[in-house]
Design a binder for this molecule. Sequence first.
Ligand code: NIG
Ligand code: FE
Length: 419
Amino acid sequence: MKIFHNISQLITLAGGPQRGLQLGRLGMIEQGAVVCEGENILAAGGNEEMLERYPDAERVDLHGRAVVPGFVDPHTHLIWAGDRANEFEMRLQGKSYMEIMAAGGGILATLTATRNASLEQLMEEARSRGDTAFSYGTTTIEAKTGYGLDIETELRQLEAILELDRTAPIEIVPTYMGAHAIPPEYKGNPAGYTRFLCEEALPATKQWWLEHASGRPLPFVDVFCEAGVFEIEETREILSAAKALGFPLKLHADEFENLGGASLAAELGAVSADHLVKTSLKDIARLAASETVAVSLPGTPFGLAQQEYTPAKEILAADGYLALATDLNPGTTWNESMQFIQALACRYLKLTPAQALAASTINAAKAVALEHTVGSIEPGKQADFLVLTTPDYRNLSYRYGTNQVAIVVKKGDLYPNAD
Ligand code: NIG
Ligand code: FE
């Protein structure tokens, strides 16, 4: 048993996911302590009381620094090979993201590199990003496939996810995203590729999962619902086929154009709808009336130097669940840090530091259906939390560009960052 004591601000985020304007309920204990038993939290409370109640626990003095739950990053494309620095330069010269994609670059450029990469190479590149995310405080990360778009490479990406989850300190939540783009084999034939996904790829993926994932629940299935990629009717077909096979759902919706993806996600009971830049008030109302979490990815418009961000204030006013994520990927936003995302969310989504933190922890946990095990510091939950370098949690949003996590605690184990 360990007791982490002498905490200036213990931000528990206790009490479950936070809807609408409840967002930002910190559950702060000033002068607090956390007690862990093995991988889990046994108790959290006032410093003196905890020290008295657990006199035999091994003591870890945190010297008056703040403690927050480990960040959950509920939307990343962690597994890929290579980079697209050339496209960044093209965009600076005036080409748009969708123009580059239509010309065979973008996701399809990463597809070629990923198809050519071995499992070992994929894992090595992803492991280094996962380690960076972890040192910046992400203790649980969602990771999508979607750079193979054939059965063999997509399964290799899933294998990389499972193997990394087993061997790296960061915990990984898998998502199958065969519907990330139309592959070269089906160029100009989105209907054909949609049929292939529904009739062959999804059943094959399920079969493979049942044989290889040691009893883990099925991964999420996600679709890039966007003009020129998967239109709304194709998206509906793919998500419905996935749902019928028992997969839980996520959706890339309204990143560049409004096709009604957010409403579709709510209608089909998706766990989250993500991006939501062009989302209308009508779609927001439908989302807010459901359990589907709205996941905003402010690193993406920032990475693309675009001016428009998720209408977060409207989502909160409508009483929706709002979460934040990085969208880590080689095309639009190569950023592993949820600290930076909170800094962006305060400036462009107009969240308070408390709202940004709640959206990066307990609400982000709900966006990957893990709100009962991670995302807050409460008895019975996993001992996943962060010791900051400073006494005030608001620094997480106020400052940016440097790492403000001193120690990552994952399942009760300590991972100190170098000073
Ligand atoms: O979420 N929009 C689609 N997928 C990613 C970009 C992936 C890529 O460009 O490689 C996104 O922004
Ligand atoms: Fe994405």
